[in-house]
Design a protein around this ligand. Structure first.
Ligand SMILES: [Zn+2]
Length: 207
């Protein structure tokens, strides 16, 4: 216990360690993106309630649903704070399919394989308000970090599929939430979009 607290105290001084390999941007840039993602996850954790945005992505909440989603965001933000996140861009282990922005192996915390197209995504601070006006299908760089972090087994074990069907994009999340309420709570994209939509970009100013 004491050791944990000591370690935690140390990492609080150096939040969101970022180690980037072969990336086309500076370590500090990735550090800033991950730091904003951490703040977005905290904002999302506090914003989980029965609301229009909640129902849009998850449907009417069941008994445990709000607590489950809150703990997902709490896990994402705390692991971004105390975990050492490695960013692998263009390493031999990287094999990006067309349309991929990033991927992880869910039992390899916390290595994020970053695909070249990731850097063409907007940053959340550049997204016009309301976020719904951005492309329906894709979010921003910080949201992508939230998406990928949520996949790790020791974070939230989210997935990208429901009964074999890939769920990518806001409208897919909405449709599935309407058809099967609560089934999107463990879908990474839906977790990402809620966090993006409840975070006014101005809240990230200065980060
Ligand atoms: Zn995914």
């Amino acid at each position: 216990m004491r050791k944990f607290l000591t370690g935690f105290g140390f990492f609080v001084l150096l939040p969101v360690s970022a180690v980037a390999q072969n990336c086309p941007v500076e370590d500090d840039d990735l550090h800033d993106i991950a730091d904003r993602a951490r703040v977005m996850a905290s904002i999302a954790e506090a914003a989980v309630e029965d609301s229009v945005i909640y129902r849009r992505y998850f449907g009417p909440p069941g008994d445990q649903d709000l607590a489950q989603l809150s703990s997902t965001y709490a896990a994402i933000s705390s692991h971004l704070l105390i975990g050492i996140v490695n960013y692998e861009c263009n390493s031999p282990a990287t094999s990006c399919d067309q349309g991929d922005f990033a991927y992880v192996f869910n039992d390899e915390p916390y290595t994020l394989y970053i695909c070249p197209d990731f850097f063409s995504l907007p940053q959340h601070t550049d997204i016009p308000v309301p976020p719904a006006t951005i492309d329906d299908r894709w979010g921003g760089q910080e949201g992508t970090i939230i998406h990928e972090m949520s996949h790790f087994e020791n974070v939230a074990s989210t997935v990208d599929k429901h009964k074999g069907r890939k769920i990518y994009g806001r409208s897919e999340c909405e449709q599935l939430a309407e058809d099967v309420p609560g089934s999107t709570l463990k879908i990474a994209d839906c977790v990402q979009y809620f966090a993006e939509d409840v975070t006014a970009p101005i809240l990230l100013d200065g980060l």
